[in-house]
Each structure stands twice: as C-alpha cells, then as structure tokens.
Design a protein around this ligand. Structure first.
Ligand code: 5AD
Ligand code: FES
Length: 363
C-alpha cells in the first residue's frame, strides 16, 4: 500500500496524509525513499548557513512566539553593527559559505537602511563570497528590492500555516498579522528574484493532518526554492500556552516533523530543505536525523553566546550556553555520523531555483 503510493509520480492530498500517518515498517520505507531521492537529486552534501539572530525587538505579537512584543519578560537586545560584522567574519573565516540574518520584525526606514548598509559591508568583508539569506519578516516591495540590490539573494518567510482559519487562530486579528499580506510578500520576493523559502510549524494547537498535507501542497503550488519547518514548541509566556494539554506529545510532534520533511523531499525533489533548530530542542540529534531523511541545510547558530538566551522563541532552545567556536566542532562530528558531507565554502543554492529561472549558480 505505502509502496504503491511511494511509486507514484503525482501525489494527491490523500496520498500525502497516508505518508504522514505511516509508522513502523511503512515509515522506514518513507524515510528510505526520501533519502534516495535526496541523494539522487541534490546529493549527499549538507550546506551550512551561519545564523545570526541579531535582535529580539519585534513589532508583532504572534500567539506562539516567545519574543512577541507583548511579552514583558524578555530582555530585549540589538547587536551592534560591529558585532554583526564580526559574526559574519566568523562565518567567512570558518568557510560556512553563507549566513542568515534573522531578527524580530521591524518595518521602518531606519531599519531598511541599516540592513542595506550591513549587506554591503558583509559583501565587502567576504569579497562577495558569502551567500546571504535574510529572514526579517514582512516588508514593503521596495525594501525587499533594495536589500536584493544590496546583495541578499535568498529570503525566508514562513507562512506558518497555509490554512487561513488556522493562521487567524494563532495570530492577532489585525492588519499587522494579515494572511493576505504574508502571501503577497512571498509573491513579491519571488518576483524580485530571491531564492524564496517558506515553512510551517508542525503540531500546532487546532492543526489537523489534513492541514499539514495542504501545507505541503501549498509549497508545491508556490513553487518555492527552500523550506524550513519544524515542530511547534509551546512557550509559557504566550497566549497559546493555555492549549498545552490539547497538543500531541512532544515526541510525536518530532516524529511528525521528520515525516513532513521526508514527504516534502518526495514531493519537491530538488529544493533545499533546512533541518530546523526546533528539532534539536526536542532531540540533541534532531537535525542530524532530519539530514538522514531529506534535509540538506543546517543553520548553526553563530550569534555571540551572551545574547542567545534572550532569543527564546520556544522552550529549551539548544546551545544557549555555547559560543560559536564550540558549536562548530560539535556539529561537524555529528554531521559526519549522519553519513553526510559538508559543503564547505560553497553557497549550496537551491537546484530548483536554477531550473525554475534557467540561470547558472554563482559559487
Ligand atoms: N515553536 C516553534 N517555532 C516557533 N517559531 C516561533 N515561535 C515558535 C514556537 N513556539 C518559528 C516561526 C517563525 C520562526 C522565526 O520561528 O515559524 O517563523
Ligand atoms: Fe511573530 Fe515572533 S512575534 S514570529
């Protein structure tokens, strides 16, 4: 039965649901197939993106997120430009190939200019050799264009859930948290020419298996180049905490997240799939397990250690006491154990992007 589904070329929603529901031997078959497709389509290499979470100041108040504006228990920080550039240099010196700039969401002229300036500086310090991904939320089309022109070439913006009703239940109902705006932003990013990534949280309250299958179809429909998705992990200082008892157990969320990754690899064969940090919050080897069954991107945290504790989107965020140098060695060892190679110094861009746009990779 599962074998027949796995042999298909086109997958319907019901097929996806069945894959997401596999356990035991069937799940093994799913994972095997996903690994085969990954190796055949994008190869054995894992690419690193050094992740700089440079500020937890946020104008939004998503009901699931620990750094939401309305959480007064957060010690707000904002790295200086010098600190950000020194983290970028760390990425470059250690041959990471790329970095990700992520922060709480701010839309302002000053913020646009600050990022634009930083992008130019990062390009300068690495002689254009560091790939740059942004994960800075919803912005105007003009801002996205300016950042693209300044040297960013990938953008991550999770849709969180493709089900409009569910989206509404996990966000405040106002203009700042509009499902339509989020979709528009994704379209703008693609039009400008970014390698565009999205993603969802898995195991949210009120979420059904059908929603997750629809999420996968949404990613296909959008023709995305990259996906980062991970388990939802409840945070005590958020409005969704009160639904804690309705959640599926955390190990099951982890299991479901792995099945989502494997199923996505089978559905969208040549995209880049990140092993989300939230997987590591549940299982110390979570990201490496994801690499074995379809993921090919890891985003090691290179935020200076003193700030890490304050970027708590969810509980038990891993490695908050580590410095970037310590993470480096620890990760390399684990990746090699997962039977993968590390694409040092390469951008490791999405193969799908080049096929879609009929262009050639730069590095
Ligand atoms: N659990 C898991 N992921 C979360 N995010 C925010 N809060 C949580 C949480 N409680 C994810 C969102 C967001 C990304 C930066 O972090 O998907 O897009
Ligand atoms: Fe929206 Fe943090 S407040 S994801």
């Amino acid at each position: 039965m599962i074998k027949e589904i796995l042999a298909k070329k086109i997958f319907q929603k019901d097929d996806l649901i069945k894959l997401l529901e596999t356990e035991g031997e069937d799940k093994k078959l799913l994972f095997q197939k996903a690994n085969e497709i990954k190796i055949g389509e994008v190869g054995k290499k894992v690419y690193y993106r050094g992740l700089i979470e440079f500020s937890n100041i946020c104008s939004k108040s998503c009901y699931y997120c620990g750094i939401r504006k309305d959480n007064d228990n957060v010690n707000r920080f904002n790295l200086s430009d010098v600190e950000i550039l020194s983290a970028a240099k760390f990425s470059h010196d250690n041959n990471y190939g790329s970095l990700v700039l992520q922060a709480g969401e701010i839309e302002s002229a000053a913020f646009t200019i600050r990022i634009e300036k930083l992008l130019k500086e990062i390009n300068k310090l690495s002689s254009g050799k560091l790939g740059i991904t942004l994960s800075l939320g919803e912005q105007s089309e003009e801002t996205y264009q300016r950042w693209f022109d300044a040297g960013a070439h990938r953008y991550l913006l999770r849709i969180e859930s493709s089900n409009k009703e569910l989206y509404r239940r996990i966000h405040p109902e106002n203009k700042l948290h509009s499902f339509e705006k989020r979709n528009n932003c994704l379209e703008n990013l693609q039009e400008i020419g970014y390698q565009t990534g999205t993603g969802v949280m898995i195991g949210l309250p009120f979420q059904k298996m059908e929603d997750l299958a629809e999420d996968l179809l949404f990613m296909k429909e959008m023709d995305v180049d990259m996906v980062g998705m991970g388990p939802y992990i409840e945070h005590p200082d958020t409005p969704l905490w009160k639904f804690k008892s309705e959640l599926i157990p955390i190990q099951e969320r982890f299991n479901l997240a792995l099945k989502m990754i494997a199923t996505l690899r089978i559905l969208l064969k040549d995209i880049n799939i990140a092993a989300a940090t939230a997987l590591q919050a549940i299982d110390p080897l979570g990201r490496e397990k994801a690499v074995k069954i379809g993921a090919n991107i890891i985003m090691p945290n290179i935020t200076p250690g003193i700030y890490r504790n304050d970027y708590s989107l969810y509980e038990n965020k891993p490695c908050v006491d580590e410095e970037p140098e310590e993470c480096l060695h620890c990760l390399d060892v684990k990746i090699k154990l997962a039977d993968a190679e590390i694409g040092y110094g390469e951008w490791g861009d999405s193969k799908h992007f080049f096929k879609r746009t009929k262009t050639e990779p730069k590095f």
